[in-house]
Ligand binder design. Structure first.
Ligand code: C2E
Ligand code: CA
Ligand code: CA
Length: 795
């Protein structure tokens, strides 16, 4: 059942029942009023009857007075004893002159009739009238009569003690009865001592039966009458028969009016109810339903809000708010489906779409496409080490710089993914630190290479992140359509492989895809996976390479160099696996292990009596910039009970640049423990004097590449001399790396380089073997111009 019908079913009785009740009460009231008016009418009739009777009695009294004063009759009364027959003749005489007198009789004191006369007109009267001294009414021959007895007092002048009975016709009463009947259809009847004074025999029978208690309705001559009895004198009763036809007619008329009013007001009320329910309830509900259906069907078209202050008005406002939210959410979801929420760049889904469109266009134009796949080097460490906020900020800045590198600067706005189909160059973010760029209308791969170089150049400038200058580089892989693939997926996969290859071969450059790349990339992935179990399997070991002192230094010095003794592949060089460990973040664990292991070895040597041992260990830029090796160093120093200056940390110049603020703080903290710090590979990077002053450095390690040509390039020697001079002036120890020849050694010795590290003396090897070098050196007669510094150190 519909809501409106339900409302009507509930409200219908509420409207109709009061209406019916109202008409019932009105009818009752009307009936009462009718009853009252009938009673009133009876009262009037009674008064009229009494009056008529009174007139007749006046007549009757008047006649008796005339009888008594009539001379002849007076005479007859006087001589009643002597001539009783005289009264009869004189009475007859009197009657003839007084036709009104229908009957007259004179009775003695004892009630015997002395004379009686009856008018000829008075036909139909009973032969003997009842001996009565009270008033009686008769009906005879369509007329009404009144019989009355008048007794003369005993001391009267005329006829003392005699009674005169008179009978007069109630003509006026008859007329009254007839007129009443004619004018208002009311039947007036009189009952004398219970006798009906009427010639209507049926009525005569009916009325006594009905009696006083027999209800107040009567049917006669197929008419209905309302019967009402009123006593006029103790013996005389007036009965009115009021025909109910008129009353019924007016009752019916009233009923009709009431019914019409009830029906009309019922209908009007229902109509108003129907309209009100529709406007107040059902219409708004239908609108809500339509709105909900729209929303279900994904149509968020706004609907006019109902300006009402009631609950439905509020509901309408809430629904509008809800619709707005849903619309926003749906737009947002759509945006998420096609755009990266962080940078606002298109995401992988829309990027693949775009490549597909561009492929179709290239098939027509004959141009090539280039897909550039970027991955930020070491981004993982920024994110893990400095926090996601930092990382997010970095990605946004990177995305902004990438946008500046493409020809069309109008980068597609989020929420407008259809516009991507018309774009010629699109940058997207695939997730994490992976960005992609598609270039269309390319004539040769050189054009793509130029863009890649431009991008690398743009990214090489520092990023300002929370007051830190942070450096980051990227590796870029490039695939070309149609050469390297014909579907977006293949092109992306191959660009990714090329990017991997670029990363493996030293980062911060770009590589074009080559089908031969797949193998090393797979190997790299395999190696990365097996690295995690390698530590637990004791596959990592530290080799030690002696640093030989030239000028009476009293310390044994070594550098630790890590090796991976792979169960299947054999010994793997750190140049291969350290970058892998850095990329995966595993370097933090591995680096901590190396520090701990180094300290353990120092303690071992201390226990063996080699108290003046100093060992340097390499700290990856990733650890330096994004990790916290301070705690590890503190713990290792404490748990192995070694002197802090026995440990040295080697860092590279390029490592210092990436997140300078962090690095300075960390190195100062490490330095304040008493641990030594060496700057590795000096001369390959910026060789900045500023760094030497800014960082708390103890040792400068001149890079192998430098040493390599000092014997053949005089300029190199000059630079070497100035570096050593600079180091000396800053009171730094100088270590020369990669010394392989006697010539190199001589040149360095002549320039008073403190330590020599290189294959000329010893290769990196197991710790015992490394220490054996010093012992051997001590016993053997070396050519070092020194009086056995080593021997001195071994106490
Ligand atoms: P590095 O710190 O510059 O280490 C010196 C490298 O030069 C070592 O290579 C060493 O074997 C090599 N070398 C020493 N003397 C000579 C020489 O006379 N001639 C030649 N040609 N080479 C010489 P290695 O052991 O292969 O290590 C390569 C790089 O791997 C190291 O360069 C260092 O950057 C990194 N590395 C090694 N072990 C670790 C480590 O435990 N942690 C970290 N973070 N990096 C490490
Ligand atoms: Ca080193
Ligand atoms: Ca080095």
């Amino acid at each position: 059942m519909k809501l409106q019908t339900k409302f009507l079913v509930i409200l219908f009785p509420l409207v109709v029942v009061p209406l019916l009740l109202n008409s019932y009460i009105t009818r009752q009231h009307f009936a009462e009023m009718m009853g009252e008016s009938v009673a009133q009418q009876n009262n009037i009739l009674k008064q009229q009857m009494l009056w008529n009777l009174d007139i007749a009695r006046q007549d009757s009294i008047g006649l008796v007075a005339e009888i008594l004063s009539y001379p002849d009759l007076k005479n007859a009364f006087d001589q009643l004893q002597e001539q009783p027959e005289l009264l009869q003749s004189r009475l007859e005489q009197f009657q003839q002159h007084h036709p009104k007198l229908q009957y007259v009789e004179v009775l003695s004191e004892r009630g015997t009739s002395l004379a009686r006369v009856q008018a000829a007109a008075a036909i139909g009267l009973p032969a003997t009238l009842p001996p009565s001294d009270i008033l009686r009414l008769f009906h005879a021959d369509h007329h009404l009569y009144m019989l009355e007895s008048h007794r003369q007092p005993a001391d009267a002048d005329v006829a003392p003690g005699l009674s005169i009975r008179t009978l007069v016709r109630l003509q006026q009463m008859e007329t009254f009865i007839q007129t009443t009947r004619r004018s208002s259809n009311i039947l007036l009847l009189l009952l004398d001592h219970g006798n009906v004074l009427s010639e209507e025999s049926a009525l005569k029978k009916l009325l006594p039966i009905q009696g006083d208690t027999g209800g107040n309705q009567l049917q006669w001559n197929s008419n209905h009458y309302l019967v009402n009895r009123t006593n006029i004198t103790p013996n005389l009763q007036m009965v009115t028969l009021t025909p109910t036809v008129d009353m019924e007619a007016s009752n019916e008329a009233l009923n009709k009016v009431l019914s019409y009013v009830a029906i009309a007001s019922g209908l009007i009320s229902l109509l108003i109810l129907h309209r009100s329910i529709a406007t107040l309830v059902t219409n708004p509900l239908q609108r809500f339903q339509a709105l909900t259906l729209n929303i279900i069907n994904g149509n968020f078209k706004p609907v006019k809000v109902m300006q009402r202050q009631d609950e439905l008005g509020l509901l309408s406002q809430s629904m509008e708010t809800m619709r707005q939210h849903l619309q926003d959410t749906s737009e947002h979801i759509e945006e998420l489906a096609y755009f990266d929420p962080l940078t606002g760049l298109p995401n992988k889904v829309s990027f693949i779409d775009t490549i597909q469109h561009l492929i179709e266009k290239s098939q027509v134009s004959g141009h090539q496409l280039a897909i550039l796949f970027f991955d930020l080097d070491n981004f993982k460490h920024i994110n893990d080490g400095l926090g996601h906020e930092f990382g997010d900020e970095m990605l946004m800045q990177v995305s902004n710089r990438l946008k500046e590198c493409i020809r069309s600067h109008d980068v597609i706005a989020p929420g407008n993914h259809l516009a991507l189909q018309d774009a010629e160059e699109v940058i997207a973010r695939l997730g994490g630190d992976e960005f992609t760029l598609v270039l269309s209308k390319i004539n040769s791969p050189d054009e793509a290479a130029k863009v890649a170089t431009r991008i690398l150049h743009k990214l090489s400038k520092p990023f300002l992140l929370q007051d830190n200058d942070v450096f980051i580089s990227a590796s870029i892989g490039i695939s070309m359509y149609p050469k390297d693939g014909r579907t977006p997926e293949d092109l992306l996969k191959n660009a990714d492989t090329a990017m991997y290859a670029a990363k493996s071969s030293g980062k911060n450059h770009s590589r074009f895809y080559d089908s031969k790349m797949n193998k090393p990339v797979l190997e790299r992935i395999e190696l990365e996976a097996s690295m995690r179990s390698a530590l637990a399997n004791n596959e990592f070991i530290l080799y030690y390479q002696p640093k030989v002192p030239l000028f009476g230094e009293t310390r044994f010095e070594f550098e630790t160099l890590m090796r991976w003794n792979h169960s299947e592949k054999g010994m793997i060089s750190p140049g291969l696996f350290i970058p892998l460990a850095e990329d995966s973040g595993y370097i933090q664990t591995l680096g901590d292990w190396a520090i701990e292991q180094t300290c353990r070895q120092i303690e071992y040597w201390n226990r063996k009596g080699y108290k003046n041992v100093t060992v340097s260990t390499n700290l990856s830029p990733v650890q330096l910039n994004y990790g916290n090796p301070l705690d590890t160093i503190k713990q290792a120093l404490a748990s192995f009970d070694i002197r802090p200056e026995q440990l040295e940390i080697e860092i590279t110049e390029s490592g210092l640049m990436q997140n300078e603020k962090h690095a300075v703080e960390l190195l100062n903290d490490i330095k304040s423990l008493g641990v030594r710090i060496a700057l590795d590979d000096f001369g390959t990077g910026y060789s900045s004097l500023a760094y030497l002053l800014k960082f708390p450095i103890d040792t400068l390690k001149i890079d192998r590449a430098f040493i390599r040509d000092i014997d053949s390039h005089p300029e190199s020697l000059k630079v070497l001399e100035s570096i050593i001079g600079l180091a000396k002036s800053l009171d730094l120890h100088v270590v020369a790396e990669g010394v392989e020849t006697r010539e190199q050694l001589d040149l360095l010795q002549a320039r008073e380089c403190n330590y020599i590290q290189g294959f000329y003396f010893a290769r990196p090897t197991e710790p015992d073997e490394a220490m054996a070098f010093f012992e051997g050196h001590y016993t053997a007669d070396t050519e070092i111009k020194d009086n056995n510094p080593v021997r001195k150190a071994v106490s």
